[in-house]
Design a protein. Structure first.
Ligand code: MN
Length: 355
């Protein structure tokens, strides 16, 4: 992974180095998980600095760069950049705090610090194209979430609360190998399901409710993300119609996305179906987002995106319709973009389930 960044740095010219501090980026480049550390990369060198809590594990596990024990942080960074003959330092503008920036400026005499989005964009581009082992980690995490979904279908019945459903999903995923939760699990029912990111409450499930569950877990630092909406007892014609519309929109997107398609059009494959059905005003978010070492990463299937889908991107496809004071429906799979289409990484039923 570091080699790819080194190549991009050398393409920028002589004397470029990058300072990487965001935990998920350190993990991405070194494959080493730590709450603290600094990674310095030039076109031909890479040095990872970490403190005494991590040094032994880092020395054992990191194979693609030098590992050094952290001393006086900023003078040490300046010293290493000097060894690298760094003239221009790129930093993660979206991640660096003002105080870190000030500390850095205080020790760097002949080095400019680029505070624009150059490094963030380089890293986003690298991270968005997945290697096979990264795909495998996402799939492993997804398989655990699918088992949790199967389990929860047995658990849901009138009388259980949204919080209990969310906790049951969480416990199942963690009990079955998940390293953590991709995000706070969403389980919302009835009128609450009209809030796309509603928080599970003490509301009890009743017959005639839709329940939307959005959840995922983590394997080797890689996230999964899925959403299913199920009904309990019965579903009205309106509920069935909305469900059907969301499913068609999702399927149309999955059927048409591939490498070379713009993310705008990717979004439109789902949105156009919902617009045509008259529910356009109730689809209030973008169609999908990248998934990897972060739950939300580059690229986005969004009307606001200027990106083009590439082979190796993993994106969610998750259209929804949310009718205030009534109900909401969202269906979400993860798709691996290929030359000719996409491979659906999600393996769970999507026809309307009425429990
Ligand atoms: Mn998602």
């Amino acid at each position: 992974m570091i080699k790819n960044l080194q190549k991009l740095l050398s393409e920028k010219g002589l004397g470029y180095s990058a300072l990487i501090i965001a935990p998920e980026n350190r993990k991405y480049f070194t494959d080493f998980d730590s709450s603290d550390g600094f990674l310095l990369v030039s076109s031909d060198r890479a040095v990872f600095i970490t403190d005494g809590r991590y040094i032994e594990a880092a020395e054992k596990q990191i194979s693609n760069c030098e590992v050094r024990l952290q001393g006086k942080t900023y003078p040490q960074i300046a010293e290493i950049l000097n060894e690298m003959n760094c003239k221009h330092l790129l930093v993660e503008a979206t991640r660096m705090t003002v105080s870190t920036y000030n500390s850095l400026k205080g020790v760097l005499k002949n080095t400019s610090v680029a505070t624009d989005s150059t490094l963030d964009m380089l890293i986003n581009t690298l991270r968005s194209v997945k290697y096979e082992n990264e795909v495998e980690n996402v799939v492993k995490a997804q398989r655990i979430a699918e088992a949790a979904f199967k389990h929860i279908l047995e658990f849901i019945k009138p009388g259980v609360t949204e919080k209990e459903i969310a906790l049951e999903l969480d416990f199942f995923m963690l009990r079955n190998g998940g390293e953590g939760l991709s995000f706070e699990t969403i389980a919302v029912s009835g009128k609450n399901s009209s809030m796309p990111h509603g928080v599970p409450s003490d509301k009890r499930i009743e017959n005639g409710d839709f329940i939307t569950m959005d959840f995922g877990t983590i394997i080797n630092g890689y996230h999964s993300d899925m959403t299913r909406t199920v009904a309990v007892g019965f579903a009205t014609d309106e509920m069935k119609n909305v469900y059907d519309t969301v499913l068609k929109a999702q399927q149309n997107c999955l059927d048409n996305i591939k490498a070379g398609i713009s993310c705008k059009n990717g979004d439109m494959f789902a949105r156009s179906i919902i617009n045509d059905s008259g529910y356009g005003q109730y689809f209030t978010h973008s169609t999908g987002h990248g998934v990897g070492v972060e739950i939300h990463e580059f690229p986005n299937l969004s009307p606001a995106s200027d990106s083009i889908l590439k082979t190796g991107n993993i994106v969610t496809v998750e259209p929804g319709i949310y009718i205030p004071e009534k109900f909401g429906v969202r269906i979400e799979d993860m798709a691996l973009i290929t030359e000719s289409g996409c491979r659906n990484l999600t393996n769970a039923p999507k026809e309307l389930i009425i429990l």
